[in-house]
Write a protein that binds this ligand. Structure first.
Ligand code: HEC
Length: 293
């Protein structure tokens, strides 16, 4: 007759499983203060006691049917503490006599197979894994637990907040602090495409607005080319409202103008001008003599 697991151990296992399951659904340990959690612990405990009481009855009945030697052996085994019994069972090896009982003879191929019992720790892990799997699938399907989309949303919002914070703490870029940097050209090109290309063309060759790749400029309020572009983009043209004050209007920030101006500097100084033959606008204004940056 098999020895039974003490009810305390069953209750501890129940509490452990309940903590895992609650954690999966609540996703914090806040449930430890909730009456629902303790309610289920109490119900689980009561069920474990009922299960144990029924077990006691069955055990008594079976015990009566044992021979006197079997009774003695059973009582002796019962005295061994539970944990030691578990440990022994987990690593127990069959004796030669016991092995004989569990040998399966295939007969036709002469191979003998030992139909060993699986180790207890293995079976325990298997049952736990199966139960965990079911709860995990439910938690994954019906809650936000480990859900890639909701995790993505959360991280995305955190990143946006971090960018916002960074932008707020960063001093705004003004015409005094703006600097040309080749690293800004690529981003400046994209910003130019969205904000300026409708009038100046993507390559800066001009259309409604003047050609920004040649050396002729209508407006020359600043001494260097980079600052001049910054100035125009921030303040707009004093003569022609079509070139509106993008910076002052808040359509583009100082930081963005710094990048756009780097792109315009690049196409004006580091590339050949877009000629009329290439569809560029004819030179307007007077020739500029920019100071070095
Ligand atoms: C709605 C059309 C339009 C848009 C959009 C526009 N511009 Fe202009 N831009 C003009 C016009 C027209 C002029 C000529 C102003 C004048 O005659 O004084 C001009 C002039 C300029 C000048 C001075 C050129 C010169 O020869 O004096 C610069 C620099 C400039 N724009 C940059 C930009 C940048 C950078 C953007 C994007 C942020 C932009 N523009 C968007 C129409 C536009």
């Amino acid at each position: 007759m098999k020895q039974r697991t003490p009810v305390v151990v069953n209750i501890l296992i129940i509490i452990g499983l309940l903590i895992v399951f609650y954690y999966l659904f609540v996703q914090s340990y806040a449930f430890l203060g909730s009456p629902y959690f303790w309610g289920t612990v109490v119900i689980g405990g009561i069920l474990a006691y009922i299960h144990s009481a029924i077990g006691d009855l069955i055990e008594n009945n079976k015990f009566k049917k044992l021979s006197s030697e079997e009774k003695a052996a059973y009582l002796a085994e019962k005295k061994v503490p539970f944990l030691k019994r578990m440990y022994d069972a987990a690593f127990k090896k069959q004796s030669a006599a016991e092995e004989k009982d569990i040998l399966i003879d295939h007969g036709f191929d002469g191979i003998m197979e030992l139909d060993n019992q699986l180790p207890k720790w293995w079976v325990g892990l298997f049952y736990f894994g199966t139960a965990f799997c079911i709860v995990y699938i439910c938690a994954f399907s019906f809650t936000d637990f480990a859900h890639p989309l909701s995790e993505y949303e959360k991280e995305y919002k955190e990143q946006l907040a971090a960018i916002d914070k960074y932008n707020k703490e960063q001093p705004p870029v003004t015409i005094e602090t703006a600097k040309y940097s080749a690293d800004n050209i690529a981003e400046g090109k994209e910003l130019f495409k969205t904000n300026c290309a409708s009038c100046h063309r993507e390559d800066g060759g001009g259309g409604i607005g003047p050609n920004l790749t040649d050396n002729f400029w209508i407006n020359q309020p600043e001494k260097t080319l980079f600052k001049n572009v910054f100035h125009m983009d921030w303040n707009g043209s004093p003569n022609n409202p079509t070139m509106r004050p993008f910076g002052k209007n808040g359509e583009v920030s100082g930081g963005e103008i710094e990048k756009i101006a780097a792109y315009v500097y690049h196409i004006n100084q580091e590339q050949a001008p877009v000629t009329q033959a290439q569809g560029g606008a004819a030179p307007q204004g007077t020739e500029a003599h920019w100071e070095k940056e």
